[in-house]
Write a protein that binds this ligand. Structure first.
Ligand SMILES: NC(=O)c1ccc[n+]([C@@H]2O[C@H](COP(=O)([O-])OP(=O)(O)OC[C@H]3O[C@@H](n4cnc5c(N)ncnc54)[C@H](OP(=O)(O)O)[C@@H]3O)[C@@H](O)[C@H]2O)c1
Length: 262
């Protein structure tokens, strides 16, 4: 019997926004499991701040400049990595950007930017990476959604914390990410490329964690009565990048402490 494992040795993985709050733990977990991880981002100084004290920095945690708002930049980044490594096995679409918040007064330009930074950028990265993934022996695409792509925000709660309100385009685009994964899972299935979604629940950043009452509210809404830590999420990516998930495609792995269960 062939034992399937979580070992990522020899795999080349790319993660957009991989030096961000959740991306950092995911990058490190992939590297600890043996992958060579390229962190795609706009600012090398932020990459250095996140990883320069990590033993794997420069060896299997490597910076690649990439702006996911621009097709040329994405295409150039993938080309550069492929020329160096001669393969790309795993693409994780984790980066996002939004602007605007108010559901009543949001400008068209904010709406468009939010959809671009949450959904269109994922599409661009998938499209540009397919020619490289086709050459891999175990190709994987993993897209990042949000619990707000699955359930609506509770507006009673946000009356108390209006500055924390999740904007309408974010959830709409994240729901689109779940469907986009299913679409490409179907389209790419015969090429052996798996496409799945990881959907994080409440993982408030360090700054948001300073708002104690808000954090308590988030914790209460989960079944496990706590907020998520970045390391609670990282294993989902390791699993979906590994040979252990070879027969899993089109799925949405929700890591939310039970928030969306009810
Ligand atoms: N934290 C949560 O509670 C939570 C919950 C549900 C879903 N998520 C999802 O999880 C993912 C990671 O979120 P996070 O909480 O870790 O947020 P984060 O720390 O803000 O990370 C987002 C990353 O995207 C990068 N980025 C933004 N614009 C970019 C561009 N044009 N090109 C390349 N990179 C760009 C940012 O880097 P620069 O700005 O430095 O370029 C940053 O590293 C996102 O998809 C988010 O929607 C998070």
């Amino acid at each position: 019997m062939n034992i399937q494992t979580f070992d990522l040795t020899g795999k080349v993985a790319l993660i957009t926004g991989g030096y961000g709050y959740l991306g950092k733990a995911t990058t490190e977990s992939l590297a600890y499991h043996g992958a060579k991880v390229f962190v795609l981002g706009r600012y090398e100084n932020k990459f250095l701040e996140a990883f320069s004290d990590n033993d794997l920095y420069g060896k299997s945690i490597i910076f690649q400049e990439c702006d996911v708002s621009k097709t040329d930049s994405i295409a150039g980044a993938f080309r550069a990595i492929f020329e160096k490594e001669r393969k790309i096995d795993v693409l994780i679409n984790n980066a996002f950007y939004v602007s605007g918040q108010d559901p009543l007064t949001m400008k068209d330009s904010d709406w468009e930017k939010g959809i671009d930074g949450t959904l269109n950028s994922v599409f661009r990265c998938i499209r540009e990476c397919i020619p490289y993934l086709e050459k891999s022996e175990s190709p994987r695409i993993i897209n990042v959604s949000s619990m707000y792509g699955v359930v609506a925000p509770d507006f009673e709660v946000y009356k108390e914390f209006p500055e924390m309100l999740n904007p309408p385009h974010y959830g709409a685009a994240k729901a689109g990410v779940v469907q986009l994964s299913k679409y490409y899972a179907s389209y790419l299935g015969e090429k052996g490329i798996t496409v799945n979604t990881v959907t994080p629940g409440p993982f408030p950043s360090k700054t948001v964690q300073e708002k104690e009452e808000f954090i308590e509210m988030l914790a209460t809404r989960t079944l496990l009565k706590r907020i998520g830590k970045p390391e609670d999420l990282a294993g989902a990516f390791v699993y979906l990048a590994s040979d252990a998930s070879g027969f899993v495609t089109g799925q949405n792995l929700i890591v939310d402490g039970g928030w969306t269960v009810g």
